[in-house]
Design a protein around this ligand. Structure first.
Ligand code: COA
Length: 441
């Protein structure tokens, strides 16, 4: 068995020098770390560096949805004390901010579509619960295909209709998957709530995951803001690109979104928010004096060496493929987290997280990571969700529920705009050899 494992590892290891020798873009990244340009999009712009004299220079990050700065978008709806996710979804899908009547009509459609099909929960969620909610969400997405009389890709209007149904019912699918998990795997009582007609998507999520349906306006507005910040992040991020890849084949919306959910689940992508909190728990146990930079730093070095945390060598919540000096989403989330931490008595935890944010870039650079790194969106989102009493297993599903809008926009652009199958090439290193008949092997 050990020989077989060693052989398998050898067979699947590609010497990194080969990538340089043949100019193969490992991870679809150019030699300077910038992403290979793989498509054209009008949806979102993620900027984290500029090029000067051929060199990548760090800068504060910026994020725009359909050309509108996300920070301005957030300032706009928070100043009016309105929920922002629905109008953000409208902007991302339809290209412009809605006026009052357009927004009202859009919300009505979402309300109308918010319930999963009849018996969907009983037949697909309760009958086969999963310990992992992302897994259940992915399978639910595929199962929805069977409830659609015309599930295949046809015209853009029918495609949009399917997408709006999916966006609207996603909070309920997640809440029901969580209820089933709590009941069947954690021995808790089963509470299944129907979404409430008068609530926004963020409110409905809190309403549905709590057995007593109780939540505060402050909690709902904070969750809504988190959803806005997670709604979209360009065509090159792994899950959007996965969605675009599948969509480029002409496959159906359920397959494309299920694939995107599978991608987001990974700890290097959306799964990092849960991993940040696990890493944070580890640091809290390891470090006796949270205010001591030396101790925190030693702990981060141990994590980087793969001797602490989950052993992967990753400091979760730090670094990004595009952002360098700052991730604008992390900046906004941090602002929100400071206030909430004071109100909820988490100030010490917040300060420890801030020390990790300050020390980690140095630890990484001393370990040969040349790029300027900073806290990413997942660094503070976990603490915010924890302070909102959202269970850890829902952190990544919440990301998926918010990002589904971005995936839908990318699918439309890919399936109706580019109209060419994504098909890159691989450098082949295997050598041809003769076939050996079974009796001679
Ligand atoms: N901890 C340890 N190593 C890290 C790191 C981190 N936080 N961030 C980057 N690196 C490593 C990369 O793995 C890569 O190593 P390699 O050359 O051996 O493959 C090297 O530094 C250069 O990485 P870079 O090009 O800057 O980033 P990337 O695009 O390869 O990776 C992430 C981007 C986000 C996957 C990476 O920063 C990471 O794994 N961060 C932790 C997980 C996380 O927070 N993910 C959420 C993203 S929103």
């Amino acid at each position: 068995m050990r020989n077989r494992v060693t052989r398998l590892l050898e067979l699947n290891t590609i010497d990194k020098s080969i990538y340089t020798k043949y100019d193969v873009k490992r991870g679809l990244r150019n030699a300077d770390g910038t992403g290979v340009i793989a498509g054209v999009t009008n949806i979102c712009n993620v900027r984290g560096y500029y090029i000067q004299d051929g060199e990548r220079m760090p800068m504060d990050g910026s994020l725009t949805y359909r050309g509108i700065d996300v920070q301005k978008l957030v300032e706009g709806f928070t100043a009016d004390n309105r929920f922002g996710y629905e109008e953000t979804a409208y902007l991302i899908l339809f290209g412009d901010l809605p006026n009052e009547s357009q927004l009202a009509a859009f919300k009505n459609v979402l309300h109308e579509y918010k319930n999963p099909p009849d018996r969907f929960t009983e037949d697909n969620i309760l009958s086969a619960p999963s310990r992992d909610i992302m897994n259940k969400l992915e399978r639910s997405m595929l199962a929805l295909y069977s409830y659609d009389e015309n599930p295949e890709l046809s015209d853009i209007a029918s495609e949009l209709d399917k997408m709006l149904r999916i966006i609207a019912m996603c909070p309920t699918l997640i809440a029901h998957a969580y209820a089933a998990k709590s009941h069947y795997f954690d021995n808790k009582s089963l509470y299944l709530h129907r979404p409430n007609d008068d609530l926004s998507l963020a409110e409905n999520f809190l309403y549905s995951i709590r057995h007593d349906n109780v939540f505060s306006a402050q909690e709902a507005h904070l969750l809504d803001l988190c959803m806005v910040l997670h709604a979209e992040h360009g065509g090159g991020n792994n899950s959007a690109f996965t969605c675009r890849c599948v969509s480029s084949t002409g496959s159906d919306v359920y397959s494309a979104l299920a694939a995107a959910i599978g991608s987001l689940k990974g700890p290097r992508h959306g799964g990092a928010n849960k991993k940040v909190m696990e890493m944070f728990d580890y640091i809290k146990r390891e470090v006796s004096d949270w205010g001591n930079d030396g101790q925190v730093r030693a702990c981060l070095e141990k994590i980087k060496r793969g001797e602490g945390g989950d052993g992967s060598g990753l400091i979760y919540g730090i670094g990004h493929a595009v952002y360098t000096l700052s991730d604008p989403r992390a900046v906004l989330l941090k602002r929100m987290a400071i206030k909430l931490a004071e109100d909820k008595g988490y100030s010490d935890e917040f300060k420890l997280l801030e020390s990790v944010e300050r020390l980690a870039p140095d630890v990484l650079s001393e370990n040969g990571i040349r790029k300027t790194v900073s806290a990413n969106v997942d660094f503070y989102s976990g603490l915010v969700y924890k302070m909102l009493d959202i269970p850890e297993e829902l952190f990544t599903p919440l990301f998926a529920m918010s990002r589904i809008v971005g995936w839908c926009a990318h699918r439309m652009e890919e399936a109706f705009g580019q109209n060419r199958i994504v098909r890159p090439a691989y450098k082949v290193m295997s050598v041809n050899r003769e076939y050996t008949p079974l009796e001679n092997r």
